[in-house]
Design a protein around this ligand. Structure first.
Ligand SMILES: Cc1cc2nc3c(=O)[nH]c(=O)nc-3n(C[C@H](O)[C@H](O)[C@H](O)COP(=O)(O)O)c2cc1C
Length: 199
């Protein structure tokens, strides 16, 4: 199949309730770190067979610029764990402040007993390179493959490679949320620009 630059037309289809189009645009892999380095709370989607799930995650960090590598802790107590380990694919989706109440509910509910996409009004969209769905309400979506499981047994740490990145250009200055524990979050604030050698 000829690759498309629009999500929603890729090889993996058949997930219930998909929108046929989206406003997401492809984003350069080399710039993915700019979204994840600040440590936003993210949603992580997985798919196993026809069943998709989503969890909330804040324990993640960049490991390499390009290809973008991300280390993340997905607890073996989470329902998402077995899908991630078996399918070795997921999507990291970055929500903005307006989604914060849903993000917390997603992180306080298990996919074992609940279809969280349906219950919390999140819209799954087909990705191009992974079976796990993109999340339409999130301003950035990164399709990921698990590339290293050597730290899973000891720490529940998965190493992910972002293989495709999408952003919604219509969302100007998206305000991400950052977890301080026990229901406390800080919303992304003002930007200051300083001379720095770091990309
Ligand atoms: C703000 C927030 C951050 C979280 N961060 C993580 C995390 O980094 N890793 C993790 O395993 N669980 C994390 N959780 C908990 C999971 O999202 C939660 O256990 C969820 O119910 C798992 O869903 P599942 O059973 O459908 O996989 C977090 C929850 C919240 C509310």
């Amino acid at each position: 199949m000829k690759p498309s630059t629009q999500p929603g037309t890729g090889r993996k289809k058949g997930i219930a309730g998909l929108r046929s189009s989206s406003t997401m645009e492809e984003f350069p892999l080399s710039n993915v770190y700019q979204f994840l380095e600040p440590g936003p709370v993210v949603l992580l989607s997985t798919a196993r067979g026809e069943k998709s799930n989503v969890m909330t995650m804040s324990w993640h960090m960049m490991v390499e610029f390009e290809p973008p590598l991300v280390a993340c802790v997905v607890s073996s107590a989470d329902y998402s764990f077995s899908a991630l380990l078996a399918e070795k694919e997921c999507v990291i989706a970055i929500p903005t402040e307006d989604l914060a109440p849903i993000v917390v509910k997603v992180g306080n509910t298990s996919g074992r007993t609940t279809d969280k996409f349906k219950k919390f009004g999140l819209t799954p969209l087909p990705a191009q390179q992974v079976a796990a769905p993109l999340i339409a309400e999130c301003f950035a979506n990164f399709e990921c493959k698990v590339v290293d499981t050597s730290m899973v047994d000891k720490y529940d740490i998965f190493l992910l490679e972002v293989v495709k990145a999408w952003v919604q250009p219509s969302k100007k200055q998206p305000k991400t949320i950052h977890h301080h524990g026990y229901g406390n979050f800080v919303v992304d604030g003002k930007t200051i620009v300083l001379k720095s050698k770091m990309p």
